[in-house]
Design a protein around this ligand. Sequence first.
Ligand code: ADP
Ligand code: MG
Ligand code: MG
Length: 884
Amino acid sequence: MKKYVYLFKEGAALEMPLAKKKELLGGKGANLAEMTGIGLPVPQGFTVSTEACTKYYDDGAKMGDDLKSEIIENLKALEKITGRTFGDPKNPLLVSVRSGARESMPGMMDTVLNLGLNDEVAAQFAADTGNERFVYDSYRRFIQMFADVVMGFPKSDFEHRFDAIKEEKGVELDVDLTAEDLKEVVAAYKDAYKKHAGTDFPQDPIEQLMGAVGAVFGSWNNDRAITYRRLNDIPGSWGTAVNVQQMVYGNRSETSGTGVAFTRNPATGENKLYGEYLMNAQGEDVVAGIRTPNPIDTLKDQMPECYDQFCKICDTLEEHYKDMQDMEFTIEDGKLFMLQTRNGKRTAQAALRIAVEMVEEGMITKDEALLMVDPKALDQLLHPNFDNDAYKAAKSVAVGLAASPGAATGHIYFTAEDVMEAHENGVQDMILVRNETSPEDIEGMVLAHGILTVRGGMTSHAAVVARGMGTCCVSGCGVLKVDEEAKTLVLPDGRTLTEGDYLSLNGSTGEVFAEQIKTVAPEIGGNFATFMEWADAARTLKVRTNADNPRDAKQAVEFGAEGIGLCRTEHMFFDEERIFNFRRMITAETVEAREEALGKILPYQREDFEELYRTMGKYGVTIRFLDPPLHEFLPHTDEEIKPLAESLGMSFEALKARVESLKEFNPMMGHRGCRLAVTYPEIAAMQTRAVIEAAINVSKETGTLITPEIMIPLVGEVKELAFVKKTVVKVADELIAESGLDMKYHVGTMIEIPRAALTADKIATEAEFFSFGTNDLTQMTFGFSRDDAGKFLQDYYSNNIYEHDPFATIDVDGVGQLVKLAAEKGRATRPDIKLGICGEHGGDPKTVEFCHKVGLSYVSCSPFRVPLARLAAAQAAVKEKLGK
Ligand code: ADP
Ligand code: MG
Ligand code: MG
C-alpha cells in the first residue's frame, strides 16, 4: 500500500534531495524533518503528504478510510515518542495542525493550535498543571481557530464576544484576562459555535483532528489560494501537505513566549540576527499586531541562555541550507523549540547583499549565488526613490515601521476594492491605507504603489507581502487613526485626509508624508554591479531591448542591453504633424499623392533613426517596418477628416466614404504588417530609405560602419516576404552604391503567424534572421485576442483550465512548440540564422529559460526588464551546467 504519512523522523531519513522532499512533504514538513535530522529541538509530529492531498481531490474532496487509519497509526507512534496520550485528560497530547505547500504561501492557509482539548481534558489538565489560565487561554484559542479555519464561521462573531468580555472586565490586553475571565470566553465561544453549527463544539479529539486535516486540504482550493498561486506561478496540481505536531506552549508562563526571526536582516541584508518576540503568547500573536513585540536583541538580557542557543541554531541552519533563514520559535518555561525554518523572503537589495557576502564568506559559489536571487526581484532596485531636494523640503507627519523599502507617492484608498476600481479608472499611483491587511486584500496590494498600515509589526501580513512584491510599505504606524468605512485618515496633528488625497511613504525609514513628493529613478552600483558582472559572465544568451526612442534606448544600455531587438516604427507616427501626413498617405487615391505624403514623413523618420544609431553606438538596432492595423491611423472624427480632405483636394463626403471603406471587422487579423507593404510598396521604400540614409549619415559622422537590420512583420508566406524584400533591396542597394560605403545590411522577419512557424524552412531562404513575436504568435495560436482575453481568462483560472496568463509566460506546450519547430527549420535552411524573441515574453524569467533551452541567440525586452533578463539568462546557463 502506498505510504501517505511520515513521522518527522522518517522524513529526516528519506534519501532524496531537499527539493524532492518538499514536493512530497511540503516546505514546512520537509524542513521540520530536516531540523529533526540535524538534531535541533523540534516538537515531534508527522506529515500527511501532498500526495494525500492530490488523492483527496481525486476522491471527490473526501478523506478515505485508509488515510484515516494511517493517520491514527502515526498518532499512536507520536504518543509513544512524546509519552502523552491524545484525548487522555490525565496526560493529554495536544497538537497543532499546520498546512504546508511545496513553496510557502504566507497567510494563505491557516493553522489550528491546541487541538485535542475538550471540556474534560481542559478541566483535568488545568488541575494537573495548576495553571488554569494557560489551559483556558489555549482552549479559547483552539475553539476560535477551529470555528474559523475548519468550519469557516465568521471570525467577527468571536472577536466581538471576546472584546465584549475584555471591556466588561476593563482590561486592555489579552494577557490581563484571568483564568475565570477566560473560562467565560470559552463558554461564550462555545455558544457562538453552537449558534453557527447547530451542534455543540466537537468533544471527540479524533473528530477534531480529521476535521482539521480535511479543512487544510480543502483550503488548497479557496479563492485566496488560487489567486496567490496565479500571481506566483504555483501550479494547482501540487497540493498541500498537512503537519500534525505536538504543541509546545508559549503562553504557559512569563518565561514562555513565541517569536519569529531571520538569520540576516531581510530588508538590508546585513549579517545580523533580526526578529521579534512576545512573552506569554502563542502562535500568530507576534504577527497579528495584538501587542507590540520586542526586538530579538532584548532576549539577550531577558533569557541569555535561550538567546545563545538560538544564535548557534541560526549558524547551524545557515550552514545547512546555505541561505538566509526565516524561523519561528517558541519558548516553553525557558526551553527553546524550533517550529519552522525556510529560506527567508527578502528585498532585492538584501538578496544581492546576502548573495555577494555569502560568496565572500566562502559559504557558496558564484553559481549558487546567481541562483539565489529571483530575477523578478531586481525590478525593485530599478524603481523610484524620492528626489533628494523634494524629500528634504517635505515634512513627515508620522513615522511607522520601515517594513519594505523604496519610495511611493500617490492617492490614498482605504480598501483593496477601491484600489482596484481606481486602477480601472486609470489612476496611476495608488496608496493603500488600512488598519491592517489580510490575504483578501492581495489583489489591491499588487496594484498599490505603497502600503500603509496602522497595526502590525515588521512581520505582519502587509510587511511580508509588500517585501515579497517589492512594494514600498510602512506598517504599524499607530499614531494614525484610520476609519476604513468612513474612508478617513486622521493625522496626529488633527488633519483628516480622505480618499484620493495625496500621501507619500518612505519604506526605508517608515516616514509618512501628507503630500506629494517628487520621485526619481534609482542609481545602481555596489552589490548590484558585482552581481550582474557574475551574471554576464555566466550567460550565453544575449539581451537586447525594445525601444523606439533615444531615451528608452539609453536607459536600456545603462541597464546592460546589448542592442535593440525591436524598434517599432509606428510609434514614430503618432505625433500630430506626422499622423496628418500619414493619414494623407493612407487615404490618398493615387500613387503620386501617396508618395508626396510619404516624402513629408521621410525626414522625420530618418532623423529618428539617426538619433537611435547615435545612442546605440556599436550595438545592433533591429528596425521593424510598419506593423499595426490601418484603423489605428484613420481619422475618426469629422474635425479630423475636414482638414485632411482639404489638403488632399477631396470633398469631405468622398474622404469620409473612403475612411468608412477602410474599416475592418477584425483589424488584428486585417490589413496590417507586411500586408500594407504589399498593397503600398511605397511605404516599404520610404522606410528603407529612412533606415539606410540614417545609417549612412551616422556611419560617416562617427566613422563606425553600421550594419542596419530591417525586420518585416507579420509574414505568413515566403513569397510575401520575397515581394517586400525586393523593394527593400532595390532601394537599399542604390543608396549604398551612391554612398560609396561598404555597408552590409540584413533583412529578416518576425515569426508571429503560426503558418510562418510551420513553413520556417522556406521563409529562411529569404530571411537572414527571425524574431519571434510571441504576443501575436500566442494570440493567433490560442485564437483569442490579447486585448479581450482578460475578460474571460479569470474563469479559466478559477476552473483550473489555464493556470497563468499565456501572454505573460510562454505557453511551452503549444506556442513554445511552434518556436522550437521554427528554430529547427530555420537552422536547417540557414545554419547561421540569428534567432531572437521580442515582446512581453522576453522579460519573463521562465520564458527566458525556455529561449536558452531552444538555443535562441537573444531575447529582447522593455528597458526595465533588461537586468531581469540578464539574470534569468545566467540562471538558465548555470542550471544547465549544474544539470538542474
Ligand atoms: P503559517 O504557515 O501561517 O506560518 P504555521 O503552521 O507556521 O502557520 O503556524 C503559525 C504559528 O503557530 C507558528 O508560528 C507557531 O507560533 C504556532 N505553532 C504552530 N505549531 C505549533 C506547535 N506545535 N506548538 C506551538 N506553536 C505552534
Ligand atoms: Mg509559520
Ligand atoms: Mg506582431
